[in-house]
Design a protein around this ligand. Structure first.
Ligand code: N01
Length: 563
């Protein structure tokens, strides 16, 4: 599994030493000079550290803003939080031993179990010694003369490295809408992505939840169980399919261990990195009765597998409409109050055009006496008052707690707030003023030796994340290994390859129904003023993997490499 000869190691050490000397000459603090800086200690940062340090023999420093490792699972501790990938596929696949020794307890694990897993990985591979916690990168500037990145942190330190790798996740910058009056609110408010570690006691409280995305759909049923009253403020109604979570049986756990190879092959072959394949049948090629039976079966199975019922659900509006009809019918059957059911079923986009949520009793929650739905598309929120929320129509909702399940400045937010500057002082904010542009989601022209793990332009959020992450991390590591072997020190995507890739990203999106959801964070539509650009690559993970492999095989076509 590990590569690297003694000679190779020696050469590495000599280079590190020369880096330190060079750093000292340039006024950088001793001991803060590395081959690579990795920003973030979630799934991607941990594996990137392992690959670069243990396989390539590089000196690596991981910088992590949080006080613990875990990335998104450190921050997202809201009620009902769960992974929506099946646990046996929401893990690393690079180590057979790790696969065999770790046992998931549930079909969809919650944050504590995922944090335990990541800590297990970090301890097993002795990663923590190279991770600096409580350290937020506040700027990262490329020093052209030295061909080094210089990262400043909020504790006043400066780190330098030849390579800068962002492993900051796609959904790490919380979006709290700029609603007037929030400062005056006398109760408490929380964003789901920055949830207090000690939890929130909803007992006896009137709670207002804004947002009905994947998060809000998970949190509302759990909040409703203890709150005296829950008001859900819905702007865009959403589909949801039951998760059907539950403990994994001993038989299933054994099956996971005994079929590791087959499961991994499926994940790598599947269009979206999940451990199941999409049906090859068109929704339009079967009779209505047969279609209904297949949808019913998928509904009973639950989870994201529903998306795989037919091959053309995300590529044909006509096929998609059959799923839409089925899912809206389910809402109307579950929700007893017809007016509430109509508001919940008044969905303005094709199924799966927004990230399809999966739930435990979401629609059932609206049958409770202590839960009310408010349609803020029809009557928008005007302001937060001292006592709660007021809508433009003049309705007042007295509240003790407001929960913002309002999502994130997805894919670009965390990169842009890092104040990244590349060649000639070019800021990433300027380079991306009209929306993110890059090559393969991995590199940006003007920013040499900067790699973005699961950046915009990569399949990332349209894929089971660990699969997307492993592919990126391995590609980046192979690329750096190639550079070291060939005596190359600098890699940068060309403008032309970037232009060409962005055209491919657009074409891939336009071949699906995904851009039809106008209120989608995939498009940046949830952040006022953010350019409307469809960010993830929708051409499928398996296809993308091949494109990246071909680029590497053609001597890193589309990149300029130099010594
Ligand atoms: O965020 P969202 P999320 N006034 O942006 C509403 C992943 N995830 O945290 O659609 C009123 O999807 C907004 O309305 P609209 C997953 O990839 C994974 O739920 O913009 N409402 C929407 O209803 C997911 O896609 C898991 O009209 C406002 C909601 O807030 C991603 O995270 C679990 C508003 C935001 O929905 C983000 O999901 C959870 C305003 N001013 C999430 N502003 C797993 O299980 C926003 N909204 C792995």
């Amino acid at each position: 599994m590990y590569s690297g000869s003694k000679c190779h190691d020696l050469l590495m050490r000599m280079e590190i030493t020369s880096d330190i000397v060079e750093g000292q000459q340039r006024g950088y603090r001793q001991g803060r000079s590395f081959d690579a800086i990795v920003v973030g200690a979630g799934f991607s940062g941990l594996y990137q550290l392992l690959c670069l340090r243990d396989r390539l023999g590089l000196s690596v420093q991981v910088l992590e803003a949080a006080e613990e490792i875990g990335g998104t699972w450190y921050w997202n501790r809201y009620p009902g939080a769960r992974c929506d990938s099946e646990s046996h596929s929401y893990c690393y696949s690079f180590s057979e031993q790790l696969w065999q020794e770790w046992e998931w307890s549930e079909k969809y694990p919650g944050p504590p179990e995922i944090r335990r897993y990541l800590n297990h990985v970090a301890d097993k591979f002795d990663l923590k010694r190279d991770i600096r916690l409580n350290t937020r990168v506040t700027s990262a500037h490329y020093d052209q003369a030295a061909n080094r990145w210089r990262a400043s942190t909020d504790d006043g330190d400066v780190y330098t490295a030849q390579f800068l790798i962002t492993a900051v996740g796609c959904l790490s910058t919380a979006n709290v809408p700029d609603l007037p009056g929030l400062d005056s609110f006398q109760g408490q408010w929380y964003h789901t992505g920055q949830w207090p570690h000690k939890g929130v006691d909803f007992r006896g409280k009137r709670v207002g939840q804004i947002g009905t995305g994947s998060t809000g759909i998970q949190s509302a049923p759990v909040i409703a169980e203890t709150a005296s009253h829950l008001t859900v403020f819905q702007r865009t109604a959403n589909y949801s399919v039951p998760a059907r979570n539950g403990p994994l049986s001993p038989d299933f756990k054994r099956w996971i261990r005994e079929n590791a190879g087959e499961i991994r092959t499926t994940m790598r072959t599947a269009v979206n990195g999940h451990p199941f394949l999409i049906s090859e049948t068109s929704a339009l090629a079967v009779s209505p009765a047969e279609r209904l039976a297949l949808y019913e079966k998928a509904w009973e199975t639950g989870g994201l597998r529903f998306r795989g019922t037919f091959r053309d659900l995300v590529t044909s509006n006509e096929a998609n409409a059959t799923a839409v009809a089925f899912l809206k019918d389910k809402i109307r059957k579950i929700v007893k109050d017809p007016a509430t059911a109509e508001k919940l079923a008044d969905i303005d986009h094709p199924y799966a055009a927004k990230r399809p949520p999966i739930d435990t009793d979401y629609f059932e929650t609206f049958n409770r006496d202590n839960v009310m739905l408010v349609d803020v598309r029809a009557d928008p929120i005007e302001r937060i008052t001292q006592n709660g929320i007021r809508t433009k129509g003049g309705a007042e909702y007295p509240l003790d707690i407001i929960v913002f399940a309002t999502g994130f400045d997805g894919m670009t937010g965390s990169l842009l707030r890092m104040n990244i500057r590349g060649r000639d002082g070019l800021s990433l904010a300027n380079a991306w003023a009209a929306g993110p542009r890059n090559y393969l989601g991995l590199q940006i022209a003007g920013f040499p030796n900067l790699f973005t793990v699961t950046g915009p332009g990569s399949p990332s959020v349209l894929c089971n994340m660990p699969v997307a992450i492993e592919q990126h991390v391995e590609w980046i590591s192979d690329c750096i290994a190639h550079m070291r072997k060939e005596g190359l020190t600098r890699i940068e995507a060309t403008e032309e390859s970037m232009e060409d890739w962005m055209a491919k990203v657009n074409a891939a999106a336009n071949a699906t129904v995904l851009p039809q959801a106008k209120h989608s964070w995939y498009l940046g539509a949830n952040i006022p003023g953010k350019p409307r650009v469809f960010m993830p690559y929708a051409g499928g993970m398996a296809h993308y993997r091949k494109i990246c492999a071909d680029v590497a095989a053609r001597n890193y076509e589309g990149f300029t490499l130099s010594a």
